[in-house]
Design a protein around this ligand. Structure first.
Ligand code: EZ4
Ligand code: CO
Length: 402
């Protein structure tokens, strides 16, 4: 079997997605997600103009060799655009191999290590009362773990407060929105929110929270300490992690479990965090960190250091990525949890998939390969529409991490 070519499909069923479809001489095709929110066409061009010509006539079963060829053979290594493109190729190759051998991809990754994949959903509110209602709603839907975000009094635009309930979406059409942020108000408010959550819901429910890269290490230490009694499952992205050693300072001050990694694109972004045991969960994803092949290596390095996986799974990661994530999650020993933001019905219709949700768990299904397809005719009805993630400034106008 040989790779004969491939196509990059850009569509926007509710939001933008880039999908790679690789074709083979035996008529089997494989899919890979290549979506990089707000920078979609850069990856599409990299795949189309620079990667696809390198793949023709190669053996699609040589997954490791193709991965290394695209990584080391480019000379210019790493970075989100390159690693997302490599991820798309890698994911499509695993899909081809599974389909060709007539087995779900998880069987090629060592087989099932568990019966289902524990997921967490996103509850948010424009007030504490509405956040409580959203949590109740997610409980009724069967979720056993819930991330809670809430508008902060005195902060015009806190992260994670959606327009609707089930379909939070931060990217918006047109040029980037500018949001306004105040760490002081946020730090005062966050412990109040979790006090109320534990009072109303008790301690059975797993609660998560995302600080979305907005604090300094010492601020994160202060917050973590105040949240300890509310037993968070994790505090996510307390601090931007370019300076990995900064997480030592957080660890010196708090035992709140820390989850980091949704913006990482390779093991080098988290090697120190893992080997110094500065985090508890690594959130790298199939689509942004080099595919199933590289994610398995990150997980293997994390395992002896007691670091569990907790892959990013926002709506800007397509159902192709979600399917791949579930095959990874169900097979890898040190799985922790999987983020699961529901896609809209428009997105699900364009990407029919075998995975299902029940009782707080996702199940990858037993279709050969990844168990996800793309309806190209339907996709054509949703042309690409430029959109950006927001930017952020402090109240005095200084640019801040969004
Ligand atoms: O802001 O995926 O934990 N989830 C998140 C996401 C990210 C978006 C960015 O594209 O932080 O909501
Ligand atoms: Co996050």
């Amino acid at each position: 079997m040989k790779i004969t070519g491939g196509r990059v499909i850009v569509c926007s069923p509710g939001r933008n997605f880039v999908t790679l479809k690789l074709e083979t001489s035996e008529g089997i095709h494989g899919l890979g997600d290549a979506t990089l929110n707000g920078r979609e066409l850069a990856v599409a061009s990299y795949l189309q103009d620079h990667v696809l010509p390198l793949l023709v006539d190669r053996d699609p079963f040589a997954i490791e060799d193709i991965w290394q060829y695209l990584y080391k053979g480019a000379y210019w290594r790493r970075g989100p655009v390159t690693m997302t493109a490599i991820a798309a190729v890698d994911t499509a190759l695993w899909d081809i191999k599974g389909k060709s051998l007539g087995t779900p991809v998880y069987n090629l990754l060592g087989g099932r290590s568990r019966t289902g994949v524990l997921v967490y959903g996103h509850a948010n509110g424009d007030s504490v009362d509405n956040a409580m209602r959203a949590v109740e709603h997610y409980r009724e839907l069967g979720y056993r773990a819930i991330r809670v975000q809430c508008a902060v009094p005195g902060v015009p635009s806190a992260y994670g407060v959606g327009k609707g309930d089930l379909y939070y979406e931060p990217a918006a059409r047109g040029l980037p929105q500018e949001q306004i942020w105040s760490t002081d108000e946020y730090l005062r408010f966050a412990p109040v929110l979790f006090e109320r959550l534990r009072t109303e819901f008790g301690f059975d429910l797993r609660l998560l929270h995302d600080a979305h890269h907005r604090l300094t290490p010492i601020e994160a230490g202060w917050l973590g300490k105040r949240l300890e009694d509310y037993r968070l499952f994790w505090l996510e992205d307390p601090v931007p992690a370019e300076l990995q050693e900064g997480y030592r300072l957080i660890r010196q001050h708090t035992t709140v479990p820390i989850a980091v990694g949704e913006v990482f694109d390779s093991v080098y972004d988290c090697l120190q965090l893992i080997t110094e045991q500065l985090i508890d969960y690594i959130r790298t994803t199939v689509v942004h960190a080099g595919g199933i092949t590289h994610l398995r290596k990150i997980a293997a390095i994390a395992e002896p250091y007691h670091v569990l996986t907790g892959s990013h799974g926002a709506t800007d990661l397509s159902p192709v990525c979600m399917a791949a994530a579930l095959h990874f999650d169900i097979s890898v020993h040190n799985f922790g949890i999987q983020e699961y933001m529901r896609h809209t019905p428009e997105t699900d219709a364009v990407f029919p998939h075998a995975y299902t949700f029940s009782d707080g768990y996702l199940h990858p299904g037993d279709e050969p390969g990844l168990g996800v397809e793309i309806d190209e005719e339907l996709a054509e009805r949703y042309p690409y529409r430029p959109a950006y993630l927001p930017t952020n400034r402090r109240v005095d106008g200084t640019v801040h991490s969004w």
